[in-house]
Write a protein that binds this ligand. Structure first.
Ligand SMILES: C=C(O[C@@H]1C=C(C(=O)O)C=C[C@H]1O)C(=O)O
Length: 378
């Protein structure tokens, strides 16, 4: 048989399939109305199991394809039923409230909580994110969140991920736990330097201080040094301040070029980070959910049932809308038996009704769904 003849037959089958599919969806809409009237749950696992047992038995060697096809049909039927039955989603309500709170432009002024001291990379990020904001320095990431939570500061700035060292888990944990909203983000190119008291040589150094992230980003350089203790501290700028104030001729700090001038230190090695393309992304958080004009990036935390195809189902929704995913990372839930949450970032805006509809669908189908914000990267 010619290829065109086979394809003509496939076309006929597709027509039949489509009609049957539409008929199946229509029937599941009827079921939805019945369930609504009788207060029954959408999911009926037993019924699905029975159908799967029957169709896989009838499918012979195509058993696993039939399983996949019918699992997808159930998913679509349930999703449609949820659309018809469910009360409005939380994400829709949150988006409505956030857009209303957003006003015309991103605020130009306000107090911003920033971890560290003058010269910290977070301070550079603060200047970029809110050029006319007034910085309040605090000791830890947690303290940034507390300052915003208590209303002391309108905004907080924290690092969220680094291009060579991955996500800053502590920050992701805080954003989730405390229900904060991301309202802006920025990316800084980070160059680390080794700073010492004037005149100190590399061979004099026995202790190097820096923040854990910076230590991780300079691992190659550090592995080539002998007899040196690497000591984590709160911040790269704090490390420079400590070396300056200690007056020690055996201590060095991994810190920024700006901190050398700020704390009267000398750079004896520059660009010591593993990669020249070393970027850190910082986010600006606020207590209230707000979406400002120009928002084009969405951050989410989701979790779903641990079953084959679960992640695929989520990703297929994005593919269907041609949405670019800029981040997908799985993280174990602390204290659980290998439960995972996923961090997602999308190039999308909730102003697009199809994007909002997709988020609602995700919320309905995911065991956990948290909308962290829709914001602009500046
Ligand atoms: C359509 C129904 O709702 C859901 C979808 C099913 C399906 O698509 O066949 C089966 C069971 C339910 O989980 C139903 O209850 O019959």
């Amino acid at each position: 048989m010619e290829l065109s003849d086979i394809r003509a037959k496939i076309d006929t089958v597709d027509d039949q399939l489509l009609n049957l599919f539409l008929e199946r969806m229509r029937l599941s809409e009827e079921v939805a109305a019945y369930k609504n009237e009788h207060h029954l749950p959408i999911l009926n696992k037993q019924r699905e199991r029975e159908i799967l047992a029957k169709v896989t038995e009838q499918a012979g060697d195509k058993e696993r394809y039939a399983y996949h096809l019918f699992s997808t049909l159930f998913e679509l039927a349930r999703s449609r039923q949820a659309e018809l039955i469910n009360a409005p989603t939380q994400v829709a309500a949150q988006v409505r409230q956030s857009l209303a709170a957003g006003g015309e432009v991103f605020p130009q002024t306000g107090l911003v909580a920033c971890q560290g001291v003058e010269g910290a990379y977070s301070q550079v990020a603060c200047d970029r994110l809110l050029p006319r904001g007034k910085i309040v320095y605090v000791k830890s990431f947690e303290a940034v969140f507390s300052a915003v939570e208590s209303g002391l500061c309108k905004f907080g700035v924290v690092p969220i991920e680094n291009s060579s060292n991955g996500s800053v888990r502590a920050v992701y944990d805080l954003v989730q736990r405390k229900n904060f909203s991301i309202v802006r983000s920025t990316r800084l190119c980070i160059h680390h330097e080794l700073l010492v008291q004037p005149g100190v040589k590399l061979t004099d150094i026995t202790e190097i201080y820096s923040h854990e992230q910076a230590i991780g980003q300079c691992s190659k350089f550090l592995s080539e040094l002998n007899g040196v203790r690497v000591i984590p501290c709160a911040n790269t700028a704090v490390a420079a301040q400590m070396v300056a104030e200690s007056g020690s001729r055996h201590a060095a700090a991994i810190s920024s070029h700006a901190c050398a001038a700020l704390y009267g230190l000398e750079c004896i090695h520059d660009a010591i980070q593993d990669s020249d393309n070393n970027y850190t992304r910082f986010i600006c958080i606020s207590k209230e959910p707000v979406i400002y004009p120009g928002a084009n990036r969405i951050s989410l935390v989701i979790a779903f049932e641990n079953k084959p195809g679960a992640l695929y189902e989520i990703l297929s929704k994005l593919a269907a809308l041609d949405i670019n995913m800029t981040k997908l990372e799985s993280c174990p839930v602390v204290g659980s038996d290998f439960d995972f949450v996923f961090f997602l970032e999308l190039d999308a805006s909730v102003q697009d009704p199809s994007v909002l509809a997709m988020l609602e669908e995700m919320e309905r189908s995911c065991a956990k769904f948290q909308f962290l914000g829709n914001y602009a990267e500046v």
